[in-house]
Design a protein around this ligand. Structure first.
Ligand code: FNR
Length: 379
C-alpha cells in the first residue's frame, strides 16, 4: 500500500461513487501490470539525502510556455470529470487556479469549454483526441481558441481503446451496462443527487454543443466507439499545428524515437505518458521510460510527464528523472470525487508541502536544481 493523501482520497472516492465510476477511474488495461509499475517504479526511485546547505529559502515556482506556475504541476485531462462531482471540471479548475497551476479540460468533459473558462482567472489548457470526425475537431479547436485557452494538449496514445476488463465487470460497459449503472446510481443516492444523474440525462458538454443535442453516457460511448482513428500519422497533425497559435503539446509519448519525431514536427512539448496504464498493458512505466527520452530530447522541447504521480515526493522524483513539469490524473480525481473543490485544494497544498520537504532534504533550492544529481540509483 502507498501511504499518501491520495490513498485516503481514493478510499473516500470508493465509498462515495457508484462502482462503475470508481472502477472506471481506478482501473487500467488488461492485467493492470503497467498501471501498478507506474506507482511502484516511481516509489523505487531513491534520492540522495543532503544536509547542512542552508535551505531557509526555497522556491517551487516555475515558468512554462510563458505562464508562471506556483509549482511544477498541472491538472491533466480526465474525461467525465463532471460525473465524479457536480460540475466537476469547474470545481477542479477553480482549485487549480487558486493554487496557481493550469487545469486541462478533456475533450470528453461534462462541462463545455465555455462554462469553465469564465470561472477561472488564468488561461485553461485544452486536450484534444484524434477523432474520425474532423468536423468535431475543428469545431472544438475553434471554440477553445475563442475561449482563450492557452495550450493545446494533443493526445495520441488512443487510436484504439485499451482493453479494460474492470469496466465490463463493473457495469461501465458490457452486457446490461445501462441497467446496471442505473441500479448502482439508485444505491448511491447522495452521489446521484449531487451530480444530477437521477433527474436528467447526463450531458457531455463539448460533444453536445457540436451535435446540437444532449448526450447521455450511452450516446457518448456510441459516439466515441465510432470515432477512434487508427489511420492517424504526424502528417495529419500539421493542419492543427498551423491552426493553433499557442503552444502545442503531444501527449502519450513513451519512446525516445517518437520524442525525436515530436521535435522534428515542431511540438512545443510532449507528455511522457502511458495514459496511466489504461492503454497498452506491458509497456514501460513512465519512471523507467523517462531517462532515455530526456537523453534524446531534453532542452529541445518542454518535457511533461504523468502516470503514477501521487504526491509531492513523486513530483520531485519525476523531475529528477528529467521532467520539467508533471500532470496529475487519478490523484486529483480521487480528491475531487471525495471532497470536491476543497479536496483538490487540500491535495495541492499537501503536494506543495511534500515537495518542500523533499527539496529541503535533497538540497535543491529551486525547480531548476532538481535534476539527475539528486538521484541515488539511476541505472
Ligand atoms: C484519463 N486520461 C485521459 N487522458 C486524455 O488525454 N484525455 C482524457 O479524456 C482522459 N481521460 C481519463 C479518464 C480517467 C478516469 C483517467 C484515470 C485518465 C489519462 C490522464 O490524462 C493521465 O494520462 C493519467 O491519468 C495519468 O496516470 P495517473 O497519474 O492517473 O496514474
Amino acid at each position: 500500500m502507498i501511504i499518501s493523501a491520495s490513498s485516503d482520497y481514493r478510499a473516500a472516492a470508493e465509498r462515495r461513487l457508484p462502482p462503475f465510476l470508481f472502477h472506471y477511474i481506478d482501473g487500467g488495461a488488461y492485467t493492470e501490470y503497467t498501471m501498478k509499475r507506474n506507482t511502484d517504479d516511481l516509489s523505487g526511485i531513491a534520492l540522495r539525502q543532503r544536509v547542512l546547505k542552508n535551505m531557509s529559502s526555497l522556491s517551487l515556482e516555475t515558468k512554462l510556455f510563458n505562464e508562471t506556475l506556483s509549482m511544477p504541476v498541472a491538472l491533466g485531462p480526465v474525461g467525465l470529470t463532471g460525473m465524479y462531482a457536480r460540475r466537476g471540471e469547474v470545481q477542479a479548475a477553480k482549485a487549480a487556479a487558486k493554487a496557481g497551476i493550469p487545469f486541462t479540460l478533456s475533450t470528453v468533459s461534462v462541462c463545455p469549454i465555455e462554462e469553465v473558462t469564465p470561472a477561472i482567472d488564468r488561461p485553461m489548457w485544452f486536450q484534444l483526441y484524434v477523432l474520425r470526425d474532423r468536423g468535431f475537431m475543428r469545431n472544438v479547436l475553434e471554440r477553445a481558441k475563442a475561449a482563450g485557452c492557452s495550450t493545446l494538449v494533443f493526445t495520441v496514445d488512443m487510436p484504439t481503446p485499451g482493453a479494460r476488463y474492470r469496466d465490463a465487470h463493473s457495469g461501465m460497459s458490457g452486457p446490461f451496462a445501462a441497467s446496471r449503472r442505473y441500479l448502482q446510481s439508485v444505491q448511491h443516492p447522495s452521489w446521484a443527487w449531487d451530480v444530477g444523474v437521477m433527474g436528467r440525462p447526463h450531458d457531455l458538454g463539448n460533444v453536445s454543443a457540436y451535435l446540437g443535442k444532449p448526450t447521455a453516457l450511452e450516446d457518448y460511448i456510441g459516439w466515441l466507439a465510432n470515432n477512434f482513428d487508427q489511420s492517424i500519422s504526424w502528417k495529419d497533425l500539421e493542419w492543427i499545428r498551423d491552426f493553433w497559435d499557442g503552444p502545442m503539446v503531444i501527449k502519450g509519448i513513451l519512446d525516445p524515437e517518437d520524442a525525436k519525431d515530436a521535435v522534428r514536427f515542431g511540438a512545443d512539448g510532449i507528455v511522457v505518458s502511458n495514459h496511466g496504464g489504461r492503454q497498452l498493458d506491458g509497456v514501460l512505466s513512465t519512471a523507467r521510460a523517462m531517462p532515455a527520452i530526456a537523453d534524446a530530447v531534453k532542452g529541445d522541447l518542454t518535457l511533461l510527464a504523468d502516470s503514477g504521480i501521487r504526491n509531492g515526493l513523486d513530483v520531485v522524483r519525476m523531475l529528477a528523472l528529467g521532467a520539467d513539469t508533471v500532470l496529475l490524473g487519478r490523484a486529483f480525481i480521487y480528491a475531487l470525487a471525495a471532497h470536491g473543490q476543497q479536496g483538490v485544494e487540500n491535495l495541492l497544498t499537501l503536494i506543495a508541502n511534500e515537495m518542500r520537504v523533499a527539496m529541503t532534504l535533497t538540497g535543491a533550492k529551486s525547480v531548476q536544481e532538481i535534476n539527475r544529481d539528486l538521484l541515488a540509483n539511476l541505472q
